[in-house]
Design a protein around this ligand. Structure first.
Ligand SMILES: Cc1cc2nc3c(=O)[nH]c(=O)nc-3n(C[C@H](O)[C@H](O)[C@H](O)COP(=O)(O)O)c2cc1C
Length: 442
């Protein structure tokens, strides 16, 4: 019995551990597809393509011909081109980046087919489009109306050839908005996340179809989504039931973590376990406390050097700067701070890390400005002595000047990098700074 319960709980855990965001897109000629794939690359989201049951031919897409398929669909507000391919597993996602091309200022009708086919309750949708030149306009608002559910963000037009670096900045801004919506919605309780489960069918669909159905459709489909008891209370009930049954293995850890995720505080869990101890036994409470202490004790996790350094600076360190790793010796990190007006990043170098010699090119304007915001490092122009950089040091790098910057050997180092606007800007990456030259620096 205990074993069966354990297996069930493991299945539950497996089913809940899925990607939370998906890039869903329609693309007739490949532009939106390329952007969607880049977004999935930088955000780690899954990809889903809206594939028309009947593909659009070149003739179908001729917008100059008023009798072409797309012209006719556009003129008919009830046109809903059918979607082929696999259905979208909307239950698996919280956040949907929805991409489409602009056709006559709005989204193609097939995007309406898509949004009318699913229930977006509890989802956050970030629309994006590509186009010849038209802005996103009201296209996202119209899709939101058609969908009738979900929290829809304003949406944004992206250039079909957007660079991965720019996309990182855009998607970081989107994530901020999405986190804001999540926080507000959770506080107001307006965004209820539907709990879904496919672990039963995934693992036992052939072997025990009735059990799979009961697990996915009844236990998780109905009971966990029954709003007469809050999810937080359900988590507490589950923890107490497992405790009472003497199950104190990894499945209980999972449910303790789930309880924490759903708002159970350290004081509350301490009170709950103490209370349950009076009814189901002292030794069981000791066993559960051992697990609960780990779950509610993340503050005591040992700090890494990076964590300690982060505590000394105001700006976030961000993510590993993988896209540019080939132009660096050592590991660096990138945190996009602003995409508007002047793009600004916080660039952090671990001790000994530096970028290669490089030149910011521009036919007019351009260049870069660095402002040290943490640690100690250097900036050096070709043929000149290195300049030490400490918090507050400002360096102006004109376009066309060969230079490098990076950390001192014994210190982390962070600077803001401000990309100065210019015409025909690009970067030319050159050879690494040799160990011999670098090791001469004090
Ligand atoms: C039927 C049709 C209508 C279009 N209407 C517009 C438009 O109103 N404004 C615009 O800037 N581009 C328009 N375009 C250009 C597309 O929006 C643009 O090429 C888009 O990036 C194509 O994306 P895709 O390759 O993912 O299909 C239209 C293209 C087609 C085929």
């Amino acid at each position: 019995m205990k074993k069966a319960l354990f297996v069930l709980l493991c299945l539950v855990c497996a089913g809940l551990c899925r990607a939370e965001s998906a890039v869903v897109y329609f693309s007739a000629t490949g532009t939106t597809k390329a952007v969607a794939e880049k977004i999935a690359g930088v955000t780690g989201a899954d990809l889903y393509e809206i594939i028309p049951l009947r593909a659009y031919t070149k003739e179908d897409l001729n917008y100059r011909d008023e009798n072409s398929r797309c012209s006719k669909e556009h003129k008919d507000p009830d046109a809903r081109p059918k979607i082929g391919g696999k259905a979208f597993d909307i239950g698996a996602y919280d956040v949907i980046y929805l991409g489409y091309p602009i056709w006559w200022g709005v989204a193609p009708r097939i995007a309406e087919t898509f949004v009318e086919s699913y229930d977006f309750a509890g989802k956050i949708i970030m629309p994006f489009c590509t186009s010849g030149s038209s802005p996103i306009g009201d296209s996202a608002k119209l899709l939101a109306e058609r969908a009738g559910s979900g929290t829809w963000l304003e949406g944004e037009r992206l250039d079909g050839k957007i660079s991965e670096a720019d996309l990182r900045i855009r998607t970081a801004a989107w994530k901020k908005s999405i986190e804001g919506v999540k926080k507000t919605s959770l506080r107001s309780g307006s965004m209820k996340k539907k709990i879904t489960q496919t672990a039963g069918r995934d693992n036992l669909g052939d072997f025990a179809p009735l059990f799979a159905h009961l697990n996915d459709d009844v236990l998780f489909g109905e009971v966990w989504n029954d709003e007469s008891v809050s999810v937080k209370t359900r988590c507490v009930i589950t923890v107490v039931c497992l405790m009472a049954s003497g199950i104190t293995d990894s499945s209980l850890t999972y449910h303790l973590e789930n309880a924490k995720k759903n708002g159970v505080t350290k004081d509350e869990i301490a009170g709950i376990i103490t209370h349950a101890a009076m009814y189901c036994g002292w030794p069981k409470a000791w066993a559960v406390f051992r697990l609960a202490k780990d779950v509610w004790n993340e503050e005591s996790a040992p700090l890494t050097d990076k964590d300690r350094y982060q505590n000394t600076i105001f700006f976030p360190i961000g993510e590993p700067n993988d896209a540019y790793a080939k132009y660096f010796v050592g590991r660096s990190y990138l945190a996009p701070l602003s995409a508007a007006q002047v793009p600004v990043y916080n660039v952090t170098f671990e001790p000994g890390c530096r970028n290669n010699w490089h030149v910011h090119k521009a036919s007019e304007g351009g260049g870069q400005m660095l402002i040290c915001v943490g640690g100690r490092g250097y900036y050096q122009e070709w043929g000149k002595d290195a300049v030490e950089m400490t918090p507050g040091t400002v360096v102006n790098i004109p376009a066309g000047v060969k230079h490098w910057h990076g950390a001192a050997a014994d210190s982390w180092f962070s600077h803001l990098a401000l990309e100065i606007p210019g015409k025909n800007t690009s970067n030319e990456w050159l050879e690494p700074v040799s160990d011999e030259d670098y090791n001469k620096l004090k």
